[in-house]
Design a protein around this ligand. Structure first.
Ligand code: SF4
Length: 349
């Protein structure tokens, strides 16, 4: 039989993704093009089971032993008619009962979640619900045509938690009308609500979306890659410091997404760019303490490439600051004893 594992294991476990694009969604968010791209007929219960079996067969024995979760993504699950939700959940259930999967996770809209729904999901084997919160600012949500406000996200988060489910938040960085103050508010709300996992996506202009029309008419400009990295680096620093789990930073790129993207900060290594930016900021802060005193910076060996940055960008920026006397000159020392993300300074002997 399926049994509950520990909390952190559920968030970080491997997943078997099942996509249900746009099914059940009566909305038209300005940034979304799922209505435009959807062409395949809805997935059947049998196809769900085939997909799960195929994924399980692909996993190594070690991965299978960790009991992956079955994830219904891509649409607003709880906005589907209930018989359709039941059909999908029941298709997954035998894999939970046989112990091959460790639970179900799904994504949905905040206004499609209430206490009864959360309890029903819990009874069906759902462990984690990811909410498309997108922004914490009502004006930004209204401009994006979301059809709900931030209070709805807080209310949905509460009922998910009350039902004993884990909570995920998906946030978009770069929505129309969202400046740095909105990003700061996102950090504050994450710190306050403490979702079990967070996904940060930079906003892209997708073919067929309302934003594509706005962009083509010159009414909207997405963030540049540099600005999206700076905003996400701010969020990453704050959320890391609060001990919150960012399970995704940037979109999974590929030929399909590249073909759909008209504009915006699309980069195959977006998450690395952000982590590298955070490393630069840490180094600059440490080196500015005593700019006249040469020193050694110690870091985990696995973080060396993040420190150096793509095309040596961080090293070049730091060298320019050292030339101006704004920071100390330094030597880098990989230290296997340090955990990833840490950076320490020692005076040069
Ligand atoms: S709720 Fe989700 S699926 Fe529906 S239009 Fe908005 S982003 Fe797209």
């Amino acid at each position: 039989m399926w049994e509950e594992g520990n909390f952190q294991q559920t968030v970080m476990t491997a997943v078997i993704p099942i996509f249900i694009p746009h099914e059940g969604c009566p909305h038209r968010c300005a940034f979304c093009n799922q209505r435009y791209t959807r062409s395949a007929p809805p997935i059947t219960a049998e196809e769900v089971q085939q997909a799960i079996r195929a994924w399980l067969a692909r996993f190594s024995p070690e991965r299978r032993a960790k009991k992956p979760q079955i994830a219904f993504y891509g649409g607003s699950f709880t906005a589907l008619p209930q018989p359709r939700q039941d059909e999908l959940l029941q298709a997954a259930r035998p894999f939970l009962d046989s112990g091959q999967a460790g639970g179900i996770r799904l994504s949905t809209r905040p206004d499609a979640m209430d206490a009864t729904t959360a309890q029903r999901l819990k009874a069906a084997g759902v462990r984690l619900v990811e909410l498309g919160v997108q922004s914490c600012d009502d004006a930004v949500l209204a401009q994006a045509g979301r059809g709900h406000d931030f209070t709805a996200s807080l209310a949905a988060s509460g009922v998910i938690r009350d039902a004993g489910l884990q909570l995920g938040w998906q946030l978009l960085v770069g929505l129309p009308g969202e400046g740095f103050s909105g990003i700061r508010r996102m950090a504050q709300e994450c710190e306050r609500v403490r979702p079990d996992c967070i996904r940060l996506y930079p906003l892209l202009v997708l073919r067929g979306s309302q934003l594509a029309a706005d962009w083509q008419a010159g009414r909207f400009q997405p963030l540049t890659l540099a600005k999206a990295v700076v905003f996400c680096a701010f969020l990453k620093k704050r959320l890391d410091a609060a001990g919150l789990a960012i399970i995704r930073l940037g979109l999974q790129t590929g030929p399909e997404l590249e073909a759909e993207t008209l504009a915006g900060p699309l980069h195959p290594a977006f998450g690395e760019l952000v982590a590298s930016r955070v490393m630069f900021q840490k180094a600059r802060k440490l080196l500015a303490v005593q700019p006249e005193q040469p020193c050694t910076l110690h870091l985990a060996p696995q973080d060396l490439s993040l420190f150096i940055g793509l095309k040596r960008a961080n090293l070049k920026r730091l060298a320019a600051l050292a030339d101006q006397g704004l920071i100390a000159r330094f030597r880098l020392q990989p230290d296997p004893g340090l955990s990833r993300g840490s950076l320490t300074r020692c005076a040069l002997q």
